[in-house]
Unconditional design. Structure first.
Length: 202
């Protein structure tokens, strides 16, 4: 999931990548619900996607199709993680993250070994890699698994609904990425759909 979103962020703005990734858990939440109001959230999410990914190439803002594809793959993986995380977290506790990260590293090792032009390992690079691993995967996933297993799904969903907004803000502050007004409207529509789905969930 993280590898896919990293590949996406390399090619499309951070806020857009996070908004597209959030389609995964939003779709899952709506699919598991039987409330009529959820049709409104589906419509808003579709509107958001249409604004972010217009069919006309003349207004597509040069978004990379590869970046979009990997963001949507990450969305599917996030939905699977959300579906399994609550049950696994309650059964195994947050210590399962250690095993999960080790398995993920072993699965991705052959892919990393085949990449040409591998960087030279230095002390600075090793420190940065460890810091990135802690703050991008180990710590967030541990806290998220704890939240999934100890709070109502609606509350968890409400908090995570704000992730596209934070992604857009970080993209602006750190990467100087400013989406177009149309793309910002699409991100806002997805955030509203996610919040609505979480707040009005059974």
């Amino acid at each position: 999931m993280n590898l896919c979103i990293y590949i996406a962020v390399e090619r499309i703005p951070l806020g857009i990548a996070v908004a597209l990734e959030f389609i995964g858990p939003l779709t899952l939440a709506v699919a598991l619900s039987r409330r009529r109001i959820d049709l409104l959230w589906v419509a808003l999410a579709i509107l958001g996607l249409a604004l972010i990914l217009p069919l006309s190439p003349t207004i597509s803002q040069g978004l990379s199709p590869v970046g979009i594809l990997f963001a949507l793959i990450a969305a599917g993986l996030w939905a699977a993680y959300s579906l399994l995380g609550r049950r696994i977290g309650r059964q195994q506790g947050t210590s399962i993250i250690t095993i999960a990260m080790a398995i993920a590293a072993l699965l991705l090792l052959p892919l990393a070994a085949t990449r040409s032009g591998a960087p030279t390992l230095t002390v600075h690079l090793a420190i940065m890699a460890v810091a990135m691993e802690i703050f991008s995967s180990a710590l967030p996933l541990s806290l998220e698994l704890f939240a999934l297993s100890s709070m109502p799904t609606r509350v968890y969903g409400t908090f995570t609904s704000l992730e596209p907004a934070f992604g857009t803000l970080m993209g602006l502050l750190v990467l100087q990425e400013l989406p177009s007004a149309q793309q910002l409207a699409g991100i806002a529509a997805i955030i509203i759909a996610s919040l609505g789905s979480a707040v009005y969930s059974a």
